[in-house]
Design a protein around this ligand. Sequence first.
Ligand SMILES: NC(=O)c1ccc[n+]([C@@H]2O[C@H](COP(=O)([O-])OP(=O)(O)OC[C@H]3O[C@@H](n4cnc5c(N)ncnc54)[C@H](OP(=O)(O)O)[C@@H]3O)[C@@H](O)[C@H]2O)c1
Length: 286
Amino acid sequence: MTARILVLGATGTVGGELVSALVRKGCAVRGATRSPQAARSRSGDTVEWVPFDLERPETFGPALADVDRVFLIARPGDQHSDRVALPLIDAMKTQGVRHVVNLTAMGTEMREDFALRKIELYLEASGMEFTHLRPNWFMQMLASGTVQAGIRTTGTFGLPAADARISWIDARDISAVAAQALTTAGHAGRAYTLTGPEALDHHQIARVLSGVTGREIRYLPLDEDQARGALGAAGFPPEWVERLITFYRLIRAGFCAPVSPDVAAILGRPPAGFERFAAEHASAWM
Ligand SMILES: NC(=O)c1ccc[n+]([C@@H]2O[C@H](COP(=O)([O-])OP(=O)(O)OC[C@H]3O[C@@H](n4cnc5c(N)ncnc54)[C@H](OP(=O)(O)O)[C@@H]3O)[C@@H](O)[C@H]2O)c1
């Protein structure tokens, strides 16, 4: 039986590109999703899709059968994602998984109380090989959700980021790094901080977006109360609002500005820059 790579979050931003990259490399890939039929109708037969739900532990065993490597993504947006991820790590060990490539976030190692850090530590203690991928904010966040909607309707986007800079990463580079970590030697026991090539503040982002769209796009710095009001009006639940406010405090304190050499070291080329991403996605803001 060919050993397979199980990709969690396989229909999402990072996992979707990772599945395609692994297929191109000729790997036997199994994609985990709560909706395998819909995924199959999009991808055809190149990927084996398996029903998988972090809230349904009975789906873990069948998804992990004949799997020796796993791309682990804890449930996005879940402040308590360790609750479901730790039993999953136990199941991986029981089923003989050899190596887990684990997506967390930049700075996770500094927050012992953080669910993603608990997952990292539990995985490290499991005895399986592990590689942590800790990315900064995705460029894709600017082309979706409330930022995209605000730009489309008003030509502005408001965030409580002040003039702080972020070394944004194109999520496709995270997928490329994950594919390398899953298929080449030398990544076990390593933790990589994944950023883009430069740190940009939101005024600079707005200037690039204005250039690629040909319309004036402006960034409006918000204070925390203004941001709370805007996020609440956009439909974010109060717990989410406070979580985002906390993330923006970290951004304003400069924690998201450092540029890491890890993407270039692993891929042998520089990470993609924001201008290219913006040019490719210009229609998102028009
Ligand atoms: N966005 C950022 O700027 C940023 C920055 C740093 C780190 N990160 C990390 O990146 C992660 C998000 O990655 P992403 O943007 O690629 O995710 P995404 O596009 O939001 O995709 C979410 C994926 O999670 C799966 N999923 C949701 N609930 C599930 C459940 N109960 N059981 C099993 N699967 C479930 C979905 O699968 P189905 O719907 O098909 O079941 C989908 O494939 C975050 O968790 C965070 O750790 C993000």
